[in-house]
Each structure stands twice: as structure tokens, then as C-alpha cells.
Design a protein around this ligand. Structure first.
Ligand code: PMP
Length: 406
């Protein structure tokens, strides 16, 4: 058996610790800005109306059973998921140089990508992550013994992108390094490169023969426009990169706990492309089989019903605009309230940033004070979830921020 000291006590996951502290707070003014999930203006989870419809369609199907999904998942789901992110007119799809597997949401896709690279990647086996990044990235790559390094990303001076630092680090990384990129709505900063900056990054990465690892958890949720949020990925594919894409349907379908996601590998064009992609697909199937055997059905069935029906798809786009629109309006309101209260500092970054999160620039001490004195909860790096703001609490939040920065 295990002696007590064989397994050290691990620290509690920071986000779950925050959620626990929030729950234990009995104040009626408490505000949860930690949660990484969409909330409506009533502070409640929102089941997308289109998801409700798809669910009803699903339940009425007399053929429905609980058999296993194929190892690579439901083909009607993965094929539409690929079109959604790569673009229905993607040359890579037409030339059959892609392979897609259904995964345990975005996390499962990142893990499958990490595992595949750990087993087969012959370049520089270091994964470059943005500083900061989604904290789970470090653990996922660590679990498969891939080294990680950081590239600068967030500028504390501007609360925007440190583009020079980012470019320099990617240029200085050894040739054929793995570069993890968030194609839209960067977590945790809400800061994205512009399209021109993506183009510059693609040029550098092509010169250095780096391997792009795209982790896309917010397509359509960021701008409300599915194509715009996938533009960076599509550009890199047009430039001829071999790359992989992790796709989560947690946020954009509100299917968080159902774990619907997809993994895509794209090879570059050429006479060997078809053979290469078939071989890659065969190895991915073995990895998937040994890790999870078959992916879960429910969330993928829901998403698949929507993705395969033009009318429901249009309704989904409308639901996406509802979510992104509410978040964008909360950004505008928070900024204008902070400015009209005369809060010290500049607050343009609140509206410049995009997606679920905003990096406020608040210090750890200010974050603590907001929690202790105003019952406002956020991660200690000053990240707030915009979805936690609503018409009932936004005044309280703006006034409290003013008080702690004064
Ligand atoms: N990558 C990033 C950058 C994320 O922000 C998230 C969600 N927090 C994920 C991946 C994966 O989320 P999920 O497994 O719930 O799809």
C-alpha cells in the first residue's frame, strides 16, 4: 500500500477554490466574475433555444439507442465540425488532407493533440505557450512529457498585446518548435492579434518551420461571427501549414458538461498528402481507443442536429449573437461607468478585449480587497468573466473597482 508521504497533497484547482469561496459567501451583493461559463442577464445559465429544439428532435427519434459511437465519433458531427472551423470551401477539405476525431470537448482535443505529438513529432519537442495562457495547458503537455516554454503575450503597460515580444520569442525559438495559438478570444486575457498581425506571425512561423497548434474554445462566441473567429486558422491553412486544431463546443453551444468537441489534423498539399493523412488517422484512432475507446454521444448528437440543418444553423447563429452581443454591451457599460466615475487609469482595454474574459489590470491586492470588502470574486490575476456582469450588479462592480484603485 501507499505510505502517506508517497503522494504529496496537490494544491486545489484555483478556479474550483474560487467557486467554493463564492458559494460560502452569504452576502446578497456577491458577484461571481470567476466562472468561465455564460450567464444571462438574470445571472443564470442559459440553455440555448436552438439546443432545446435539437434536444426535442433527438428525444422524438424512435431509432435512438445507446450503442457505442465509432472510435472517431459520429461522422455526421465531425464532418460538419470540420467545415465549421476550416471553412466549407477549404482546399484542405476538398483535397482530403484532413482527419477529424470527436473528443471529450476542447480539453480532450488538446490532450489528443499533445499525445500524438509526444509520440510522433520529430521537430523541436517544446510547446511554446502564451504568457499567460489557460492554466490547464501546462498540465496537459506536462502529462505527456512534452517540454513547455513561454512567449510574451500580454503587455501590462497597454493591457493589450505585446506583439514585439511575441514575434521575437517565436522568431528565436528553435526551428520546428510547436507553437500553441488561441485563434480567438484568448483565455485569460481577451486580447487577440489583428488579422495583419496573424499574417506576420504566419510569415515568421513559416520561415522557422514551426508547427501551429490551434486551441479554439470560443468560435462564434467572441465576435458573434463564426467565420471571423476562425479566420486565423483558415489563413494558416491557405499558407500551406501542416497544423492541428482543437475545437470545443462548450461555450458556443452552451454544452459545457456534455463534453462535445473535435480534433482536426491538416497536412500540407502535395503528392504524399493522402497517404500521410491516412497514416495519421490510423494512429490517432489507436490513441483514442486506448484513452477513451469511444467519445460520448449526447452533446455531439445535439450539435450535429443543428450543424446539419440550415434553419437550425441560422437560429444557432442568432443565439451566438445574443451571447456575444450581451458580453460586448457589458464591456461598453463597464468601461463607461468606470470612466464616468472618474476611476484612475485608462479603461479602453475593457472594450478593446474580446470574448468571455477581460484582463482588468487589477493587482492581486486589489482583487483580494474586492473579495473581502465588496464580495466580488475573480481570479487573482485580475481576470473577470464578462458573463458574470449584468444590469443588477454592474454599478456595484464599477463603484467597487473605483474604490480599490483609488
Ligand atoms: N482551451 C481554452 C483556451 C479554454 O479556455 C477552454 C475552456 N476553458 C478549453 C480549451 C477547453 O474547454 P472544454 O474542455 O470545456 O471544451
Amino acid at each position: 500500500s501507499f505510505p502517506a508521504d508517497a503522494v504529496p497533497q496537490a494544491p486545489e484547482d484555483a478556479l474550483f477554490g474560487l467557486a467554493r469561496a463564492f458559494k460560502a459567501d452569504s452576502s446578497s451583493d456577491k458577484v461571481d466574475l470567476g466562472i468561465g461559463a455564460y450567464r444571462g442577464d438574470n445571472a443564470k445559465p442559459w440553455v440555448l433555444p436552438v439546443v432545446q429544439k435539437a434536444d426535442e428532435i433527438l428525444r422524438k427519434n424512435p431509432e435512438l439507442n445507446h450503442e457505442y459511437a465509432p472510435i472517431a465519433g459520429l461522422p455526421e458531427f465531425t464532418s460538419k465540425a470540420a467545415e465549421l472551423i476550416l471553412g466549407a470551401d477549404s482546399s484542405a477539405l476538398k483535397e482530403k488532407r484532413t482527419t477529424s476525431l470527436q473528443t471529450i470537448s476542447g480539453t480532450g482535443a488538446v490532450h489528443l493533440g499533445a499525445l500524438f505529438l509526444a509520440k510522433f513529432y520529430k521537430g523541436t519537442r517544446t510547446v511554446y505557450l502564451s504568457n499567460p495562457t489557460w492554466a490547464n495547458h501546462n498540465q496537459i503537455f506536462g502529462n505527456v512529457n512534452l517540454k513547455t516554454a513561454q512567449y510574451p503575450y500580454f503587455s501590462k503597460q497597454s493591457n493589450g498585446l505585446d506583439f514585439d515580444g511575441m514575434k521575437a520569442a517565436i522568431r528565436d525559438a528553435p526551428e520546428r518548435s510547436i507553437i500553441l495559438l488561441h485563434p480567438c478570444a484568448h483565455n485569460p486575457t481577451g486580447v487577440d492579434p489583428t488579422m495583419d498581425q496573424w499574417k506576420e506571425l504566419a510569415t515568421i512561423m513559416s520561415q522557422k518551420k514551426h508547427f501551429p497548434f490551434f486551441d479554439c474554445a470560443y468560435q462564434g462566441f467572441a465576435s458573434g461571427d463564426l467565420a471571423r473567429d476562425a479566420a486565423a486558422i483558415r489563413y494558416f491553412i491557405e499558407q500551406g501549414f501542416e497544423l492541428l486544431v482543437c475545437q470545443s463546443f462548450a461555450k458556443n453551444f452552451g454544452l459545457y458538461g456534455e463534453r462535445a468537441g473535435c480534433f482536426h489534423f491538416v497536412t500540407s498539399a502535395g503528392p504524399e498528402a493522402t497517404t500521410t493523412i491516412q497514416r495519421i488517422a490510423s494512429q490517432l484512432a489507436i490513441l483514442q481507443r486506448s484513452e477513451i475507446s469511444n467519445p460520448p454521444l449526447y452533446g455531439a448528437r445535439i450539435a450535429s442536429i443543428v450543424l446539419n440543418d440550415a434553419k437550425l444553423f441560422a437560429e444557432w447563429e442568432d443565439n451566438l449573437r445574443t451571447m456575444s452581443g450581451r458580453i460586448i454591451s457589458m464591456r461598453k457599460e463597464l468601461r463607461s461607468k468606470l470612466e464616468s466615475l472618474g476611476t484612475p487609469g485608462t479603461w479602453n482595454h475593457i472594450t478593446d478585449q474580446i470574448g468571455m474574459f477581460s484582463f482588468t489590470g487589477l493587482s492581486e491586492a486589489q482583487v483580494q480587497k474586492l473579495r473581502d470588502e465588496y464580495h466580488i470574486y475573480m481570479t487573482k490575476n485580475g481576470r473577470i468573466s464578462m458573463a458574470g456582469l449584468n444590469s443588477r450588479n454592474i454599478d456595484h462592480v464599477a463603484r467597487a473597482i473605483k474604490k480599490v484603485v483609488e
